[in-house]
Ligand binder design. Structure first.
Ligand code: NAP
Length: 245
């Protein structure tokens, strides 16, 4: 199946690498024009260039209100509207409760919760005017089952689920759908930072006995972004090889 996003305009945050880059690539393969946003403008531009025509790269810190407002306005202007937003930017600052500092907690909550909320608020304004749009928020299985060493990240990712459902209820009658994806262990720079032992121990708990690939998350996000999911809103889709089901 191809062309699921033909003529659509999409914005993906944190898309210079990992899952976000795979989402941008998949969207372009399906005919979308994509704005790739990331903290570092040069990395965003390089990622866009690597995907060829149809992508533009923009620097944006999703925790900064004005930067997010400018990002959304710029994406809508460059591609004549905004049909899809993917809130993907993310960080981890793992530590046990005994070792986690307040700044580790705040940094993670700021990027995931505040960042997602800022882009959701700005994009939904554009989408409700157009009476159509799809917003996909990256949560995590950590937000469903809780991971030791991730009290900050698990709380933020669970918060994204509540935010997704509240926004879905507010926006449904405006033609805007809001859904979340909960990836399990996916092979990206974020998880390559784990120790080999921790990675192997996590992988051993997966019923499918392997980590997922970024493209497997991108395909789930494509489903939620496209009209294939036209009657789906407020849903949380687990893409985890069965882990945490
Ligand atoms: P990744 O490889 O670390 O990529 C995340 C990207 O977000 C990086 O390019 C990062 O830039 C960027 N970013 C960080 N803070 C930002 C900010 N304030 N504003 C804009 N961009 C920012 O991570 P990933 O594994 O692809 O994860 C993507 C999403 O999926 C995240 O929300 C993550 O929590 C979620 N997720 C991942 C997994 C997994 O196993 N990989 C599992 C569940 C959920 P820098 O590199 O410069 O920091």
């Amino acid at each position: 199946m191809s062309g699921l996003l033909e003529g659509r305009s999409a914005l993906v945050t944190g898309a210079a690498q990992g899952i976000g880059l795979a989402i941008a690539r998949t969207f372009i393969e399906h005919g979308a024009s994509v704005t790739i946003a990331d903290l570092d403008a040069d990395r965003a531009a390089a990622a866009a260039a690597s995907l060829g025509g149809g992508a533009r790269g923009v620097g944006c810190d999703v925790t900064a209100e004005q930067q997010v407002a400018d990002l959304v306005a710029g994406a809508a202007q460059a591609h004549r509207g905004l049909d899809v937003l993917v809130n993907n930017a993310g960080i981890t600052r793992d530590a046990s409760l005994r070792k986690m500092r307040l700044e580790d907690f705040r940094a993670v909550v700021d990027v995931h919760l505040q960042g997602t909320w800022l882009a959701l608020r700005a994009a939904s304004e554009v989408m409700r005017e157009a009476k159509r749009g799809s917003i996909v928020n990256l949560s995590s299985m950590s937000g469903k089952v809780g991971n030791p060493g991730q009290t900050n990240y698990s709380a933020a990712k669970a918060g994204i689920v509540g935010m997704t459902k509240a926004a879905a209820k507010e926006l449904a009658h405006h033609g805007v759908r809001v859904n979340a994806v909960q990836p399990g262990l996916i092979r990206t720079p974020m998880t390559e930072a784990m120790s080999a032992e921790a990675y192997a121990a996590t992988e051993a708990t997966i019923p499918m006995r392997r980590a997922g690939e970024p493209e497997e998350i991108a395909n789930a996000v494509l489903f939620l972004a496209s009209d294939l999911s036209s009657y789906v809103t407020g849903a949380v889709l687990e893409v985890s090889g069965g882990r945490g089901m």
